[in-house]
Design a binder for this molecule. Sequence first.
Ligand code: PLP
Length: 641
Amino acid sequence: EHLYRIQGWGDPYFSINAAGHITVSPEGDRGGSLDLYELVQALRQRNIGLPLLIRFSDILADRLARLNASFSKAIARYNYPNVYRGVYPVKCNQHRHIVEAVVHHGRPYHFGLEAGSKPELMIALATLDPSVYPANDPALIICNGYKDQEYLETAMLATHLGHKPIIVIEQLNELYATVDISKRLGLKPVLGVRAKLSTKGSGRWGSSTGDRAKFGLTIPQMITAIEYLKSQEMLDCLQLLHFHIGSQISSINVFKDAIREASQVYVQLAKAGANMKYLDVGGGLGVDYDGSKTNFYASKNYDMQSYANDIVAEIQEACEGSKLPEPILISESGRAIAAHQSVLIFDVLNTSDVPTIPPPPNGGNDNLIIRNLWETYESINLKNYQEMYHDASQYKEEAISLFNFGYLSLQERARAEQLYWACCGKILEMTRHQEYVPDDLEDLEKIMASIYYVNFSVFQSAPDSWAIDQLFPIMPIHRLDEEPEKRAILADLTCDSDGKIDQFIDLRDVKSVLELHSLKEDKSGLNSDNCSSLPPKEPYYLGMFLVGAYQEIMGNFHNLFGDINVVHIQMNPKGYKIEHVVKGDTITEVLGYVQYDAEDLLESMRQQTEHALQDNRIDFDKSQQLLKDYEGSLSRYTYLV
Ligand code: PLP
């Protein structure tokens, strides 16, 4: 098993080649592949800077194909007498090229869209062209979320264009509004109800279900809805049952319980006179972020096929038992479709290590506390390192107290700290070769980690890592034929101490450091930035994988780091093609988001410069250099170039 567990989470799309680079096989086991490091180099030569998001539309197509194939297989296996008609929840990643690619690649499967808001409904209606599907059988549009009059009216009127929207009632007042509008328009909409199942979800989104869930009707409310529709002679409109038990469901048993409960609700709705035709099982199909295939929250203990099998088998059993026709099956998988296609690439700007070399000896003239630390350092061995660690920690505490009371000079305190870190370094090295590490030493790895300063914003590009401790696989995309000798955490560009990543995937666990390579001096002469007196470093690129779901739209502009550059790569018989380039924000653009006008800012700077010139506070050349830099920055990328 490779250090970064790439086979577990990356198969079949990501692997390591003989050059020690990551290979991407966007079409899975079927098509061609490309070298990710070489691709990044090629993009940089085209003046597309880092950080950079690379989207592989063939991966998206492959995910859709796999999901549909899993349901087809399950349907064939159980002789299920109806079809699967999945929808993609637009909320998962609304970017135009993605939604268009889902619709394009999903067309053979009649793959539809799910909208959770009015803007998403507008995307869905305009992107799906009903005329490209066989007559009367367009891809579905599932209408979820809060609905006002305009939302409901738009959805209903769109049926005249050949669309097939299904309005899912999430609250009783939506039902009353829907009935009123449908009467006014003289239309009979297809309606669904969202159930609040009592099956408990699991993991971070577990509260999406249960009696206190935000959305859905309780069973008594469903009965009210049925009575009302009956009284309005519209019970035949109610055709769909929907539920959603949360995202990233890591255990298959949670699904099984939910489907069993939902199947019975479905049967009972049919028995109560509703014209039931569809069962929508919502999202939740998990992504194996850590590759462990377990019910750890960053993983899942089932595959797509067993997920599809369980859905098909459970609903079939319930319908057969009640002599009801089996429904069309719908799922709303977002994460499982969109996560794999995006890779975030960023570079390391510089690094900082905790120095573990002891200070030069001082001929026995040191303060007692420093002599104690020296003695500790020198006597550490395999038998006593745990005890020595506690001694060193205690001496360091004492040294700080002495300093605070004025008994140690700044130089002496520095020596004490250096010795303490030297002790920790020596002990850490020993623990790394032991099978068992006492738990009081477990934090040592974290305390001693190098810091790698990286060129991206966690808040913009991986918000879930900050907000909910979501784990994403992170690894270098090159130098994988070299042993990584550093253990590091990542610090991002924002000046927020939360802007860091210090939790990484491990087998069914989280580890606090990531193994990385030391930066190498650059001998090519291509990477000199002219202003640093330090020798230039060879670029070191890291990739954060499986970031295609939810991260982009939830990212924010903390410290005004803007949207990053995005490229779409498509495979073709000659190799790959750069299909689209979506340039990230310039500084002018992010300033505009917070109501600054670039021209006004520049004008203010001009005036300040003129004043300073008049008062002889700046010479002319410097004043013009300042204005040139300021103006130049306005059109620049918000990240370090
Ligand atoms: N359907 C609904 C109603 C949702 O709220 C969500 C997201 O949480 C999804 C589908 C997509 O879920 P997932 O990305 O887990 O497939």
